[in-house]
Write a protein that binds this ligand. Structure first.
Ligand code: FAD
Ligand code: SF4
Length: 575
């Protein structure tokens, strides 16, 4: 049996402060000047752009002062939303605040909303065929919330931001943070047209310094520049480490409408024994497309990345989950129309880094604003974007770089209040599903009063991995109902150039337990262990990086996702 090993001891060859922070700005003649640079055209970044354009419409003098490009959104995907993925049942208030003129019927006509939740069910799954209906616990009460696609929502937000005068630079990676005299000055866009070994190809275009008076980092889960900023400005000091979860999702066109939101809380298809440290849950959400009349279903599996069995595979666990009669009854006769995978921050309140530094701030998942008990982050991403815009506008009006008012605004808003209530709710599960369950229930029942104090998190990569037997139960793909990873990646529309440089940083020679961890965890089949590699000791890992769908999970388990060339990656439409 392969020896145990912890990914933290085999960290990636990367030095974020040296590589991802640029301290000397280019000659002004070669810079692009913008008013506010927003990195990330997801829910949070685009909420910020829309709110800023609303504020500037009421303040033409400032708009004039900010120059030709008052607000620029820098997005690495082909279009906004193409790298966004969520469940998603959304609490509606923040979106209403951003677009007060729109009704929920209009959301649906726009194609990003799919109906109000009127019924719900939560099941415990003791095994592969059994189910026990539970009284709905408070975090799973979703009456009045709306089923949305964040990918479609971002496309809508991009359109309104552009109509209001923001510039959205898609297919552009922000590769470095510009920092001079202790102040963030903007970002440098990534080079385009480099070959496998970094050599410039005939179509090579170097990156540019995009200099801004304020910078908003809304990069989503584990952002590239966010990580560098956290290190540079010590934003994580005194906080708990961030931990992550990985979600894999499919969208199905189904013959019969589903009339309720469904969650399952395990333990099946995960292992109940504490030594596996597997915690996770599933969702099944109904989606009625108001424009086509089609009945769709969003189905997904989320796993904490603190698990110990290297053969834990979120992609295969979702396939296994689909074999349960509860799910078969819903998907039977249907067709899979979309697939995707993405990580989310799971640490909650105690793991939130400090949110501001001179000249810049963090919003949305980059700031860790997710309640993973209820699986809710969309409304926090939207609200943090709105609050970020207010703080940036106030700092621009004063003419300084102090954005610290945002920190207080987030704490005093529903974001701070909701996350505080569940601040100790997930950590007890680190002990195991049964061992932690009582403390989790107590925390939910007392709205966070007990357990009191601050419960600590452990880094996901500090968990010792062993090669266990979880994989033995994964079903074989049939191409109709059960799918393998490569056909899933194909459905994601992934379009990474074959001769692009490698954007995944991992050590190539690692203990088998680590190599197996990457092989099974990666939903896109990026990591391969060559046939004939030794059963124990160190093995060489093959990295098929062009398959990568940029889910970000590798960063939690001993590697690092860096920014690929702008335009590469999946083309999500309704995830
Ligand atoms: C599987 C899963 C299920 C979920 N279910 C729910 C749910 O049911 N309800 C709910 O409320 N929340 C849910 N969430 C959480 C919710 O989806 C997120 O909190 C929210 O979408 C985060 O939005 P964001 O704008 O912060 O990040 P994102 O949507 O990730 O946007 C970040 C954007 O930044 C871009 N980007 C990143 N780095 C760079 C760079 N350096 N240069 C250029 N562009 C960059 C990315 O391409 C992306 O478009 C779920 C999350 C997951 C992963
Ligand atoms: S290689 Fe890409 S798709 Fe695979 S785990 Fe890492 S970030 Fe996710």
């Amino acid at each position: 049996m392969a020896e145990r090993a912890a990914p933290i001891d085999y960290g990636p060859p990367v030095d974020p402060r040296a590589e991802f922070i640029k301290r000397e700005l280019d000659d002004p003649a070669e810079q692009i000047d913008v008013g506010v640079a927003i990195v990330g055209g997801g829910t949070a970044g685009l909420a910020c752009a829309n709110r800023l354009m609303q504020l500037l419409a009421e303040d033409p003098e400032m708009a004039q002062r900010l120059g030709e490009v008052p607000v620029a959104v820098i997005e690495k995907a082909k279009s906004c939303g193409a790298h966004s993925l969520s469940g998603a049942v959304m609490r509606p208030d923040a979106l209403r605040e951003l677009y007060p003129e729109l009704t929920r019927e209009q959301w649906r006509e726009e194609g990003f909303a799919f109906g109000e939740v009127t019924k719900e069910a939560v099941y415990l799954l003791p095994g592969a065929t059994a189910k026990v209906k539970l009284p709905t616990p408070p975090p799973f009460r979703n009456h009045g919330n709306e089923v949305v696609s964040v990918s479609a929502l971002a496309r809508f937000q991009q359109r309104t931001a552009e109509e209001r005068g923001a510039y959205v630079l898609t297919e552009t990676s922000a590769a470095q943070l510009l920092v001079a005299d202790g102040v963030v000055r903007g970002v440098r866009s990534g080079d385009k047209g480099r070959g496998k070994d970094g050599e410039p190809l005939p179509n090579f275009e170097p990156g540019t310094d995009i200099v801004a008076r304020a910078t908003v980092l809304a990069e989503g889960c584990w952002g590239h520049l966010t990580g560098a900023a956290i290190g540079e400005f010590g934003l994580g000091e005194g906080r708990e480490p961030q931990v992550w979860e990985l979600g894999v999702k499919e969208v199905w066109r189904v013959p019969r409408p589903l009339d309720r939101v469904i969650h399952t809380v395990g333990p099946w298809p995960l292992k109940l024994a504490a030594r596996y440290h597997q915690i996770g849950g599933t969702w099944i959400y109904p989606m009625k497309d108001a424009r086509t009349g089609e009945d769709l279903v969003s189905i997904g599996f989320v796993v904490d990345l603190e698990y110990a069995d290297a053969t834990t595979s979120p992609h295969d666990l979702l396939q296994l989950f689909k074999t349960h009669p509860l799910v078969r009854g819903i998907l039977e006769g249907g067709e899979r129309v979309a697939w995707g995978a993405k990580a989310l921050p799971g640490g909650g309140y105690w793991s939130m880094p400090r949110l501001t530094m001179p000249g810049a701030l963090l919003a949305g998942d980059a700031a860790g604003l997710v309640d993973t008990v209820a699986l809710k982050g969309v409304h926090h991403a939207l609200r943090s974007g709105i609050l970020a815009a207010d703080a940036v506008h106030a700092a621009l009006a004063r003419g300084d770089h102090d954005l610290s008012a945002y920190e207080r605004a987030v704490q005093d808003s529903p974001i701070g209040r909701e996350l505080y209530q569940v601040r100790n709710t997930r950590q007890p599960f680190s002990k195991g599903f049964l061992q932690g369950g009582a403390a989790v229930n107590l925390s939910i029942a007392t709205k966070g009063r007990f357990p009191a104090g601050r419960i600590h998190w452990h880094r996901d990569d500090a968990r010792e991995m062993f090669v266990g037997d979880s994989a033995e139960s994964y079903p074989r793909a049939d191409g109709k109902y059960i799918f393998d990873k490569l056909s899933s990646v194909y459905l994601s529309g992934n379009a990474t150039r074959d001769d692009a440089p490698n954007h995944i940083r991992v050590r190539r020679n690692v203990p088998r337990a680590i190599a197996e961890t990457w092989r099974w965890m990666c939903p896109a089949a990026v990591y391969e262990i060559p046939d004939g590699a030794p059963a124990d000791g160190e093995v060489d890992v093959i990295v098929n990086y062009t398959n990568c769908v940029q889910c970000g999970a590798i960063t939690a388990k001993g590697g690092r996702l860096t920014t690929p060339e702008g335009g590469d990656g999946p083309l999500y439409r309704i995830t």
